[in-house]
Design a protein around this ligand. Structure first.
Ligand code: M6R
Length: 362
């Protein structure tokens, strides 16, 4: 049931504030983040390995920035289809964490089985609680996104990130990297996220207008730095999947090491950059693009657009949010741009060609 929406994807994008709310109230108790039994004591962990595919992998990529910066926990990430074939050595004190919407992705399940007996503990972040990946984990953390039908993952991604964010705060507290008061401040920011996300959904008309023009491009580049770099990947993947436009993501600083050769007036460059500590660096990369005739779509908050919006082709103004949570919020423009570009091209949004919702073959 599409509940009055044209596509499941549109319904699932719109549902995000509500399902996020559910995930937050599931995990946040009076004294902080509460995990289901048997729990996880982060002060006894040396490192964590995060493995997934596709969009779930980009959630892991964001989590790497978070865990390392906020909880000072060393993280290794890999796509599931590569992980076990490189026969990674696993040392004592390693926890393996698998992220999967379906919980049935063949490569992710095989990677999990590779880590049985090797890792101290197997944790999974899943949407389907009765799935194989959940059943074969020591600790399964539901993301509570509800059924996701659109092949392009939307609400599962933001619920994965929200669940991982809460795990990061627990890790920071267990490892003595954050005081209980600071944890409470971040939890308050998380609790405010559904409201901010509702405001962010107000960019839809703007993304729709921009998407009309994007739909004529053959190639599109996405740029991001730090924790926004994975969001650039997510934006590019979403666009490829449903609009069939070739899109690539680069870390902003990597541009001048090759990809800048692609820049010309026909290749829109989408820059995802809230006004955070890395903003100026990203802006200087963006100016390099503009100096070469590239047309830039800047996605930032009001401060960022005021400071750096001169000369850009288009901008999208996002509500302000705690820096830590920007990757969750900036999933919204990534999703809406892909959705409206696909609509402008007339492709099958919910059932894109060559793709399946759950990839159960390797
Ligand atoms: O069910 P999973 O989360 O394990 O699926 C992983 C990927 O197949 C999935 O995220 C895929 O990349 C999506 N279609 C992206 O929108």
């Amino acid at each position: 049931d599409k509940a009055g929406f044209k596509h499941f994807m549109a319904k699932e994008i719109a549902e995000q504030p509500t399902v996020l709310q559910g995930a937050l109230s599931h995990y946040i108790g009076a004294d902080g983040v509460v995990l289901p039994e048997p729990g996880l004591a982060f002060d006894q962990i040396e490192r964590m390995t995060l493995v997934a595919c596709g969009t779930a992998f980009y959630a892991c990529m964001v989590a790497k920035y978070w865990f390392e910066q906020i909880a000072r926990l060393p993280i290794e990430i890999d796509v599931a289809s590569e992980f076990r074939y490189r026969e990674p050595p696993v040392t004592k004190g390693t926890v393996a964490l698998f992220v999967s919407q379906s919980g049935e992705t063949a490569d992710t399940l095989a990677a999990l089985r590779y880590m049985h007996e090797k890792a101290d503990k197997i944790v999974s972040v899943v949407n389907v609680p009765e799935s194989s990946i959940a059943r074969e984990s020591d600790l399964a953390l539901p993301i509570l996104a509800g059924t996701e039908i659109g092949v392009a993952s939307t609400k599962a991604f933001t619920c994965q990130l929200t669940t991982l964010a809460m795990l990061v705060l627990k890790a920071a507290q267990d490892r003595g990297q954050m005081s209980p008061q600071d944890v409470q401040t971040k939890l308050a920011a998380l609790r405010g996220l559904p409201g901010v996300m509702n405001i962010a959904l107000g960019i839809e008309a703007r993304t729709q207008a921009i998407a009309q023009e994007l739909s004529e491009a053959r190639d599109i580049l996405f740029l991001g730095r730090g924790q926004m770099y994975p969001l650039a990947h997510e934006g590019a993947l979403k666009l490829k999947e449903i609009s069939y436009i070739h899109a690539e993501a680069y870390a902003s600083g990597e541009l001048k090491h090759g990809p800048i050769a692609l820049v010309d007036p026909n290749v829109p460059v989408i820059v995802m950059a809230p006004r955070d500590a890395l903003f100026d660096k990203t802006v200087s990369n963006m100016q390099e693009v503009m100096a070469r005739g590239g047309k830039v779509l800047l996605i930032s908050d009001q401060k960022g657009v005021n400071e750096a919006g001169d000369g850009v082709w288009q901008s999208i103004v996002m509500p302000e949010v705690d820096d830590f949570l920007a990757p969750i919020l900036y999933a919204i423009p990534a999703q809406l741009l892909a959705y409206h570009t696909a609509i402008a091209k007339g492709t099958d949004v919910d059932q894109p060609r060559n793709l399946a919702k759950s990839v159960t073959v390797e």
